[in-house]
Design a protein around this ligand. Sequence first.
Ligand SMILES: NC(=O)N[C@H]1NC(=O)NC1=O
Length: 173
Amino acid sequence: MDIEKVNSMDFGEFVDVFGNVIERCPLIAAAVWSQRPFSDVEDLEKHFFAFIDALPQSGQEGILRCHPDLAGRELQRGTLTAESQREQSGAGLTSLGADERLQLAELNAQYRARFGFPFVLAARLSGRAAVPRELARRLHCPPAQELRTALGEVKKIGRLRLADLFGADPARL
Ligand SMILES: NC(=O)N[C@H]1NC(=O)NC1=O
């Protein structure tokens, strides 16, 4: 895919293609479409991120709540989005032992109880051992800092998903 192709997409096609750049938030792609034309993929990415940054805290928390737990029930049930499924299996979360799954479920529950949204981490950038470690560490962070960290992870996930769509190297975005 190239940027000329993106700029020529009608609304429906654009939302079909980019609707899950931010997990289960096609509204963001819908809003970004009206800002076309984009000069390149970096410019497109900037519009996604600027939308997130401009939201009030309730909206930013809403975005986090659209994310499925890592190694959670949806992974077990096979109801993840295709992107999330790929990311979670790529990180080795599909092959956890029962003990590891239980440990993560407990940490996920503690995290959600403390912050009111699920723990979000760009799974593709960390291995399965790093997930419980990061979860346990971030569980003790101040809420305002944690919201910023979690949104930073949402952006990392979005960047990787955009890079996939463009067949680009995410380091160059
Ligand atoms: N909870 C959470 O981080 N979920 C996400 N992380 C990721 O890499 N893909 C997801 O769906």
